[in-house]
Design a binder for this molecule. Structure first.
Ligand SMILES: [Fe+2]
Length: 499
């Protein structure tokens, strides 16, 4: 930006004040201190021209003034929600670039309540070592079946140094057995080419969904350009994630710097920084997994082992008869699928997928046996940029409920792969010959909707963005009873004393 001015010695001081004003008022918003944001050309009258020394002094003074102009970033951005450790808790997370307090004012009928939380400094691992401050506040013991909404104040976050705009969210009903939660589920959505985002924004802001699950691979990538891509992606999803719990798991695109951008930016239940955890929604027990522990041995194997035994305990607990009666549906999600038929060389094309069969050679810690043993009803995956629905399958054997009604009382876990929400890598085609275990395939951009109507009926449908929101696939999974698929005890297990 250029400004022109005529000055003489008599009003030289006034002129410098003008320069200071310009430097303050015209600097663009950015996360760094700007010293070159205002370029001033001095045009002196020849008869009253300032000497070279005076001009040098002026430029020195202006440089000093410009360097001293630091920008503070107290304004909250990238606001998103997640379920806390109980269904009645909501965690609000946001970012600032200057250090400040973490406060949420909220309520039904006014900002009657105030909650304070933590501020964590996060330093990105890129060359610039960019610093941001992640704010987390848990809203506890929320009123059931309420809409903390804009007309009744909703919530805003920030501190006395700056508040966000006002957002709203809904809470589950008190009697969760009467709740039929409705979710949008997808993986692999990036900053560029986020095909599904606009439709999701419209639906979320109309209050269609209760939650969203993003099954790994965000932004492409959150750490790119010294984490600026992550910042912009988080701003993009604020338009949905500030209004409902946005539940996540990590994918391969999060692995840089040991998943630090993922772990810092999201706030999932439990104590693993969102690597694995479970939570409940009405009749569903959701389990979130990281498949990346099977593929990133450069970070060690400890996490793989810990997750495996945690998962077994979690499924065992969820399978206790009184728990399974209350939450009959067990649904897992993780990024890399056990099965896929895409035309690429990803691990899911191999027979002994690491996630399915376990670590190479030893075949320990494979997850398919756990899903089978504890009767996991549905497993959701992504990573392949397409949609694929499988028949109920275990160890490559199709175990349909019956020929006429394959998904009524299926005899194995149902898998779907839904990784086509849109990213810079576009979509993935399929191999021409559809395998026996694959029921339906489509490479349109889109996402999946899931609704658990009750303890016996679960509905899934796939939305195509290429076809303007058309439903291109749908099934009902109907189960009279939720239990282990088999009582056979010859499933291979890792040794219990593995350390
Ligand atoms: Fe991926």
């Amino acid at each position: 930006m250029r400004a022109h001015a005529h000055v003489d010695e008599r009003n030289f001081s006034a002129f410098l004040n003008v320069l200071l004003f310009l430097s303050l008022s015209l600097s663009p918003l950015d996360s760094e201190l700007k010293t070159d944001s205002v370029c001033v050309v001095l045009l002196f009258p020849s008869s009253q021209a300032l000497g070279p020394l005076r001009l040098f002094q002026a430029s020195l003074l202006f440089s000093t003034i410009a360097v001293a102009v630091a920008i503070e970033y107290y304004q909250p951005e990238q606001i998103h929600l997640a379920y806390g450790d109980s269904p009645n808790d909501i965690v609000v997370t946001w970012t600032t670039y200057s250090n400040c307090d973490s406060v949420v004012e909220y309520g039904v009928g006014g900002f009657a309540l105030k909650a304070e939380g933590s501020t964590t400094k996060f330093v990105d691992g890129g060359s610039e070592k960019r610093v941001m401050f992640i704010h987390r506040v848990t809203l506890k013991d929320l009123i059931p079946d309420a809409k903390y909404s804009m007309c009744n104040s909703g919530y805003h976050c920030g501190s006395v140094l700056g508040w966000s705009g006002v957002f709203w969210f809904k809470t589950p009903p008190d009697d969760e057995s009467k709740w039929s939660p409705f979710l949008a589920v997808y993986g692999d959505m990036g900053n560029e080419n986020a095909q599904s985002l606009a439709r999701l924004q419209e639906e979320v802001q109309r209050g269609v969904y209760d939650a969203i699950i993003h099954v790994g691979d965000f932004a492409y990538d959150m750490d790119s350009d010294n984490a600026r891509v992550g910042d912009e992606f988080m701003r993009q999803i604020e338009t949905v994630a500030a209004y409902l719990p946005y539940m996540t798991c990590p994918g391969n695109h999060e692995q840089t710097y040991n998943f630090s951008n993922y772990r810092a930016r999201f706030s999932m239940p439990g104590d693993t920084e969102g690597l694995w955890y479970s939570f409940n929604m009405g009749p569903i027990h959701f389990v979130s997994l990281t498949t990346e522990v099977y593929y990133n041995f450069n970070y060690g194997m400890k996490q793989l082992v810990k997750q495996y035994y945690w998962l077994e305990n979690d499924l065992k607990e969820a399978s206790i008869p009184e728990n399974r009666l209350k939450r009959p549906w067990i649904i897992t999600y993780g990024h890399r699928p056990m099965y896929c038929s895409n035309d690429d060389y990803d691990d899911c094309r191999q027979h002994s997928t690491f996630v399915r069969s376990g670590i190479p050679f030893l075949k320990w810690f494979g997850l398919e046996d756990l899903l089978y043993r504890y009767g996991v009803d549905l497993s959701i995956w992504a990573h392949e940029h397409s949609y694929e629905r499988l028949w109920p399958v275990y160890d490559y054997k199709v175990l349909n409920g019956s020929t006429s009604e394959p998904y009524r009382n299926p005899r194995a876990t149902v898998h779907i792969v839904t990784g086509s929400a849109g990213c810079s890598e576009r979509t993935d085609p399929f191999i021409p010959a559809k395998p026996d275990w694959s029921a339906y395939r489509n490479s349109d951009y889109g996402y999946t909707r899931i609704k658990a109507w009750n303890g016996t009926h679960l509905y899934l449908e796939q939305i195509s963005d290429d076809q303007d929101g058309q439903v291109i696939d749908n099934i009902w999974i109907i189960k009279d009873k939720h239990e282990a698929f088999s009582t056979k005890d010859n499933i291979d297990s890792p040794p219990l004393n593995w350390t």
